[in-house]
Design a protein around this ligand. Structure first.
Ligand code: SIN
Length: 508
């Protein structure tokens, strides 16, 4: 097996991984930093983020207190208030850096930042680049990172597992772009590997969002928290057979779009007084229930009453996509459905981004900081990624001289060819089980889904003895393991007790 050594290895190249590389490189110009990307450097959730970044900018109409209150309300009482305050009050500093890095944000006619509105926000506070904020960030930041002298980038590197010695992480192991088994020894390892949307049949996430960080953490016994809180985005375009659903950004509801049932009626005001601008959990639930009542596969978003020129200027990506797909937004309603969008829980980290294992950090969507609680407030995630990237970079700088770099004993990885179709069958079956109701349906829906996924995991292990012998195989196992933990946490509280009683009875 080939062996590489570095000081810091970062797995993932979304905003979390890239901004951490930037901050760490500036603070530690003598350290070697290695960034790993599973496919190309820009294939990640950040790239597809349409909305923007929530920041208090207009201190006359808005305040930190209001943003904090909105975040706590969205998170349904389980956010960590200290974390919420920290992230929100740091936001203006991170915004300044983003602008210094050359990221262009939309301005209004007066030349001030144009502040958009999204569900759950009591004020306009979303800074954005049209409806392509993530694209703007990735395309501006990547060349900056590529030019940092102490940062190396490896694309098409599939990390299969963390290298652990007792409670200390000594790096990662995986396959490089030629399928060569590779050990990367590092003093500090950071999981910034994104979310797990592809666990579900309908998702706004790209094909790379397969819960890899969470699954590696499960196998290394790293603590996770609140994995059951999966955020569904209410307005993904209904396009069956697409592995990534196209998002109709929430900012469009902030701009005045309506959601209609099959009779053409606005029904969301019955679910919440804020109607289309209620938080995502409320809107997704109401849409999902409406679809059941009507036995339909979608509801509709109505853009017909909006000013077309203004719309095209603010939302060019959505306009172009819909036009290419044959919709005339001045006449047609667009079919929409909720899609899994964001993993609110994840690898448990403290206020410095540290996990419960030495020398191992987690950042961005794969982590759980306490900011989002049970339901992330729209456009708070890019903000969290940047704030925590700075915190992790500061902390790494303090501890790295005391961190171990060690030869790690590990079983050799062996690459084996697989029958793609056989593995794909497991993915397809998983995505058929993992629907909105698998986590938010009746108790029986959740129990049945959990039992099916557990049984599938057993079959997978029997059929493929070494999950880590091929990237596609490992990625599929990651999906199954992540799905199982989501469902296990979603089980009704008395499920385990009932199971335990049944077991005891059968022994008697
Ligand atoms: C959106 O544009 O609706 C998504 C933004 C987000 O997930 O925060």
């Amino acid at each position: 097996m080939q062996k590489l050594t570095t000081d810091i290895v970062i797995i993932g190249t979304g905003l979390a991984g890239l901004s951490l590389a930037k901050y760490s490189s500036e603070l530690n110009p003598n350290l070697k930093i290695l960034l790993l990307s599973k496919t190309s450097i820009d294939e990640c959730n950040t790239y597809y983020a349409q909305g923007g970044i929530a920041v208090v900018h207009d201190f006359i109409k808005d305040s930190y207190e209001k943003h904090i209150e909105d975040t706590l309300n969205a998170g349904k009482g389980i956010c960590d208030e200290k974390v919420v305050k920290h992230v929100i009050t740091e936001a203006p500093k991170r915004l300044k850096e983003l602008i210094n890095w050359g990221i262009e944000l939309d301005k209004n006619q007066e030349g001030n930042l144009d502040l958009g509105l999204e569900g759950g926000h009591s004020q306009n506070r979303i800074v954005h680049h049209k409806d392509k904020t993530g694209y703007e960030i990735e395309t501006k930041l990547i060349p900056i990172i590529e030019n940092l002298p102490n940062v190396a980038i490896k694309t098409s590197f599939f990390a299969t597992d963390l290298l652990m010695e007792n409670d200390t992480c000594l790096g990662v192991i995986g396959f490089d772009d030629k399928g060569e088994p590779t050990i990367i020894e590092a003093k500090i390892t950071v999981l910034a590997s994104g979310g797990s949307g592809q666990v579900f049949g309908v998702t706004s996430n790209p094909f790379v969002s397969t819960g890899d960080g969470v699954a590696m953490a499960i196998r290394a016994n790293v603590a996770l928290k609140n994995m059951k809180y999966i955020q569904f985005h209410p307005t993904a375009l209904y396009e069956p057979n697409k592995s990534q659903a196209f998002l109709i950004t929430e900012a469009i509801r902030g701009f005045g779009a309506h959601i209609l049932n099959q009779k053409g009626e606005r029904f969301l005001l019955k679910a919440h007084k804020s109607g289309e601008l209620a938080t995502r959990d409320v809107v997704s639930k109401a849409i999902s229930e409406q679809m059941k009542i009507e036995n339909s596969k979608n509801v509709w978003i109505d853009l017909r009453h909006l000013d077309l020129e203004d719309f095209k200027n603010k939302f060019p990506k959505v306009y172009e996509y819909c036009t290419e797909e044959g919709f005339d937004i001045t006449e047609d309603l667009l079919p929409i459905t909720p899609a899994s969008h964001y993993q609110c829980g994840g690898i448990l980290v403290d206020e410095k981004g540290a996990t419960d294992k030495n020398q191992l950090f987690a950042l961005g969507e794969c982590s759980y900081t306490g900011l989002h609680g049970a339901n992330r407030l729209a456009s708070n995630s890019l903000l969290e990624a940047m704030v925590y990237a700075q915190d992790v970079a500061n902390h790494i700088t303090e501890i790295i001289s005391n961190s171990e770099e060690k030869n790690c004993e590990t079983d050799a990885l062996k690459y084996k060819n697989i029958h793609h179709e056989e593995v794909l069958q497991f993915r397809n079956q998983l995505q058929r089980i993992m629907k909105y109701d698998a986590v938010y349906g009746t108790k029986q829906d959740i129990i049945t889904s959990y039992q099916m996924v557990s049984e599938m995991q057993k079959r997978f292990k029997m059929k493929f003895k070494n999950y880590n012998s091929h990237p596609f195989l490992c990625e599929t196992f990651n999906l199954i393991q992540t799905a199982e933990i989501i469902l296990k946490e979603s089980l009704p509280v008395n499920y385990k007790r009932v199971k335990a009683i049944k077991k005891t009875k059968s022994k008697l």
